[in-house]
Design a protein around this ligand. Structure first.
Ligand code: URA
Length: 211
């Protein structure tokens, strides 16, 4: 199988897609991941948020962003005044990738271009079904997958760009990068910059003109 495209019926609802994705074998990651971690949130969400791929905890629970990165994301939503009930959260790649165990934790590995390409039809299908007003991309993997290989998070974060189907799209860093900050000061700075990017999303959701 080249990509997940062949598994996706044109007229399938989001719920039907979730069911089909549960059996996806489009790339080898179904062998390392416990289960497909599909997106979560209302089918009529106004904002779709795209991460990289599920982590250890998400792999076990089957839900995206339930670990520390998810807590940082929720903190950002709260600071920016984004109502969590309007948000659909998903990932670029839907299976956990790991090969090394440290103690009880399995260490996440970045997905490669074949895995991303194989999985991407699911993400496009999710965005097409939800039809959000805004898409928020977290980190370089999501940014490059949806905006092209020339995308640079350091240069383009916090801008309103044109994403899937021409939808307003904002990119920022992955919240896990905030958690990896080397000092409290750096963490506070990274958090403030992340929350400023989310404030741009909030402004677009509120219908404000954003340059
Ligand atoms: N990081 C991600 O990119 N996605 C998750 O679901 C969890 C952590």
């Amino acid at each position: 199988m080249e990509t997940a495209e062949v598994l996706i019926p044109e007229d399938a609802s989001l719920t039907e897609l979730r069911g089909i994705a549960a059996g996806c074998t489009a790339c080898d990651l179904h062998e390392t991941g416990t289960q497909t971690v599909f997106g979560e949130g209302p089918a009529d969400a106004r904002l779709v948020v795209v991460g990289e791929q599920p982590g250890d905890l998400e792999d076990q629970t089957g839900e995206p962003f339930v670990g520390p990165a998810g807590a940082e994301l929720d903190r950002g939503f709260e600071a920016a005044g984004i109502d969590r009930s309007l948000v659909y959260v998903t990932n670029t790649v839907k299976h956990f990738k790991w090969s090394e165990r440290r103690g009880k934790r399995r260490i996440h590995e970045k997905p490669n271009s074949i895995e991303i390409r194989s999985c991407l039809p699911w993400l496009h299908a999710e965005v097409a079904r939800v039809e959000p007003d805004v898409v928020l991309l977290l980190g370089a993997t999501a940014g490059k997958a949806l905006l092209g290989s020339g995308f640079r998070v350091t240069k383009q974060r916090g801008e309103v760009l044109e994403g899937p189907d021409g939808r307003p799209t904002v990119a920022t860093v992955h919240p896990s990068s905030i958690l990896r900050s080397r000092s409290d000061d750096q963490r506070a700075e990274a958090r403030a910059a992340f929350q400023a990017d989310l404030a741009v999303v909030a402004a677009v959701l509120a219908g404000e003109e954003v340059a």
